[in-house]
Write a new protein. Structure first.
Length: 210
């Protein structure tokens, strides 16, 4: 019986073992990556931090290696409010990877000073028919109009992401009822998640609002 051809420096059997090993590893990291990251209150974050002794690192798979790290505040410090708290996978114990995870308040928009409630006020203004300038002014963010136009542009550019997430929950209900595709997307977002849609989106889907 003829032998199966071998690859350069590797047998087919060995190659098959590597492929079989990679599949459960990728599946494991996918499952571990579902760790809850968004919470409504600081008390809920504290409960998550108190259970870290049993948590599995979504980066390296180490069990029980997490250590509390620090808190993340709004610009201006603690007096302006908490954004989230961090923990890191302690590699000094010889089993962690040293990477951090952050537990966020659902009203926090990662990478932006804008809060979810402020963004939602802006969105509600747009849905009510206000111009971008008026909707941004009424949102009372304390930020410049230039930031408002950048926020509007970001919403326009991220429509496909929002629509994809909404479609997984059910087909849209208002096709062609709004003046622009953006307003249709924002209307579907509000209908799916309610009056506080941005923060509910983050807590429900456990992902950052785009």
């Amino acid at each position: 019986m003829p032998r199966k051809p071998r690859g350069p420096g590797q047998s087919p059997a060995k190659e098959q073992k590597i492929q079989i090993f990679l599949f459960p590893s990728l599946l494991l990291h996918h499952i571990l990556g579902r760790m809850k990251r968004y919470f409504d209150t600081e008390e809920e974050i504290e409960e998550a931090l108190n259970s870290l002794s049993e948590a599995v690192c979504p980066h390296c798979g180490a069990n029980g290696a997490f250590v509390r790290h620090d808190s993340i505040w709004n610009s201006g410090g603690a007096q302006n409010g908490l954004r989230g708290k961090r923990a890191y996978c302690d590699k000094r114990r010889g089993r962690g990877c040293g990477r951090t995870i952050t537990f966020w308040l659902s009203d926090t928009l990662r990478g932006r000073c804008l809060r979810a409630t402020e963004l939602m006020r802006f969105i509600l203004g747009l849905l009510a028919g206000s111009s971008a300038w008026k909707a941004w002014r009424n949102a009372k963010t304390g930020m410049t109009l230039r930031t408002g136009y950048r926020t509007l542009k970001r919403l326009v550019n991220c429509q496909s992401i929002i629509r994809t997430d909404l479609f997984e929950r059910g087909p849209p209900t208002r096709q062609g009822k709004e003046k622009t595709p953006l307003l249709e997307t924002l209307r579907d977002l509000k209908e799916a998640f309610g009056i506080n849609a941005v923060s509910v989106y983050q807590k429900t889907l456990q992902k950052t609002f785009p």
